[in-house]
Design a protein around this ligand. Structure first.
Ligand SMILES: [Zn+2]
Ligand SMILES: [Zn+2]
Length: 331
């Protein structure tokens, strides 16, 4: 048993894996009765009008269309529209009002697909939709932060089973980003230090194509994985080619998680820099929702860690190792 404190995330945890007990996983509850899906092609009228669509031209190239340029509702590869139940909007500008934008990206036409089996063209359209949505939101100078995240499956908080991503632009900078911003302002090389530590402790899973994937020292959930760039870059969404490579790596990671745990729910989120912040180093955090927080975690802030992050890294490494290129370039 071991008490751990993570200087970057601020988390405190206890490793309890010596109990020798294999943890139980929470599987994703399958969709039992299929309701009419508002995100499936043909049902576009059930959502607010698309403000961006990504189309695939006959040449195979992508085309981005905005607002009034969108003539025909069904003609999309990825589709971006406002959330019907927004957490932020632009109705008021007053001090305590949650000023901002809340969009959804539907990245695939196929109801049952998740990112582990997206095709390359779906990943490219996804990257393009993310970049275009963020740029559209950032035209409003009041927006200080754009949060991009995915909830997949009920256990991860998704209310619609069809794969989608949320993009929230806000005038406020969320507290977790503020915390990290403070760390980077004192230690600009904080992410390189984290990578170095992960290397020394054998928590690195993948180190390829300028990206590093590793398990965090104190995970919030067992089997959590982080991905970042080797070189310091503040915002991955400024680099379309690299974002596509990152999405391919996420496809491998989710595939690997599903291979080991069966169908699971998961969240992932991009931590990128706030507007005009230079010292940030982007990274993303992927959290399979295989456990729930119990009283000790919720009430006292200590995470009981039932899977040793070093062993989890070894498990992922072994699953990916031999066929990395094949997994990366398939589809
Ligand atoms: Zn659907
Ligand atoms: Zn972070």
């Amino acid at each position: 048993m071991e008490v751990r404190t993570d200087w970057f995330s601020g988390r405190k945890g206890i490793i309890v894996t010596e109990r020798g007990k294999r943890p139980d996983y929470f599987k994703r509850i399958p969709e039992i009765e299929k309701k009419i899906c508002p995100f499936c092609p043909g049902n576009e009228k059930m959502t607010p009008k698309a403000e961006i669509i990504i189309k695939v031209k006959e040449s195979g190239e992508l085309e981005t269309k905005y607002g009034k340029e969108i003539e025909y509702a069904g003609d999309w590869q990825a589709r971006v529209f406002r959330n019907l139940y927004p957490a932020f909007d632009t109705v008021s500008n007053e001090a305590n009002y949650p000023y901002g934008y809340h969009y959804l990206i539907v990245e695939t036409k196929e109801h049952d697909k998740d990112i582990s089996n997206f095709s390359n063209i779906e990943l490219k359209a996804y990257a393009q939709a993310m970049i275009s949505t963020k740029e559209m939101i950032e035209k409003d100078e009041k927006i200080q932060y754009v949060a991009i995240f995915k909830n997949y499956g009920k256990e991860a908080g998704a209310s619609v089973p069809h794969s989608h991503t949320q993009v929230i632009g806000s005038a406020l900078v969320p507290p977790n980003i503020k915390r990290e911003q403070e760390i980077f302002s004192k230690k600009e090389n904080a992410m390189s230090l984290l990578i170095e530590e992960a290397k020394n402790q054998e928590r690195v899973v993948v180190d390829k194509d300028g990206l590093v994937a590793f398990t965090p020292y104190v995970p919030i959930s067992p089997y959590e994985l982080w991905i970042t760039s080797k070189e310091k870059e503040k915002d991955i969404t400024k680099q379309p080619e690299k974002l596509f490579i990152l999405l391919k790596l996420i496809r491998i990671v989710i595939h690997t998680m599903e291979k080991n745990f069966g169908y699971i729910s998961y969240n992932f989120y991009f931590h990128i820099s706030p507007r005009e912040e230079e010292k940030f180093h982007w990274h993303m955090e992927i959290v399979p929702r295989v456990n729930v927080y119990a009283g000790y975690e919720l009430g006292f802030g200590i995470v009981i860690i039932t899977a040793n992050p070093e062993n989890v890294a070894a498990l992922y490494r072994d699953s990916i190792k031999e066929n990395f290129e094949q997994l990366r370039d398939r589809l």
